[in-house]
Design a protein around this ligand. Structure first.
Ligand code: FES
Ligand code: FES
Length: 155
């Protein structure tokens, strides 16, 4: 049976009617049209679907909507506060740190979370922060370089 759930997504209130076990990822992509978070493994192991839920990075594929109700979600689309890109997004562009791009939104969510909690991470801290984000194309080195570059940018 469906239920109504209310949450905040990228700064705005959202109301969805769906089955309680529907994944947050499904709601974001199919109900709200936010296609940045991707479906990779579906079991919380690859990071393609990562979003921030009340300030913690979580796999939205493995988060039922009932557990997100009343909480605040930030997706890759919501990382930047305004029209300008978030410094991590800008750094990924500047460093051309993507190939197919399937993993990149999840990586940027992890990176933005890291910089919020540790504005000046060293390389080891960046590698550890991105450890749960898998990339089949092998952009890991460029992703780490982009995050380190973002630490040198104010914003
Ligand atoms: S699709 Fe969610 S962690 Fe892989
Ligand atoms: S750039 Fe293709 S999966 Fe990471």
């Amino acid at each position: 049976m469906t239920q109504v759930f209310e949450l905040t997504v990228n700064g705005g209130p959202v109301r969805v009617e769906t089955h309680p076990d529907t994944s947050l990822l499904h709601v974001l992509r199919e109900e709200l049209g936010l296609k940045g978070a991707r479906f990779g493994c579906g079991v919380g192991l690859c990071g393609a679907c990562f979003v921030r839920l009340d300030g913690q990075v979580v796999p939205s594929c493995d988060t039922p909507i009932w557990s997100a109700a009343g909480k605040t979600v930030v997706t890759v689309e919501g990382l930047a506060p305004g029209d300008a890109l978030h410094r991590v997004q800008q750094a990924f562009l500047d460093e051309q740190a993507a190939q197919c791009g399937y993993c990149i939104s999840g990586i940027m969510v992890s990176a933005a979370d890291l910089l919020d909690k540790n504005p000046a991470p060293d390389e080891r801290a960046v590698i550890e922060a991105l450890d749960r984000n898998l990339c089949r194309c092998g952009v890991q080195r460029r992703a780490v370089r982009a995050v380190l570059a973002a630490t040198e940018v104010t914003g």
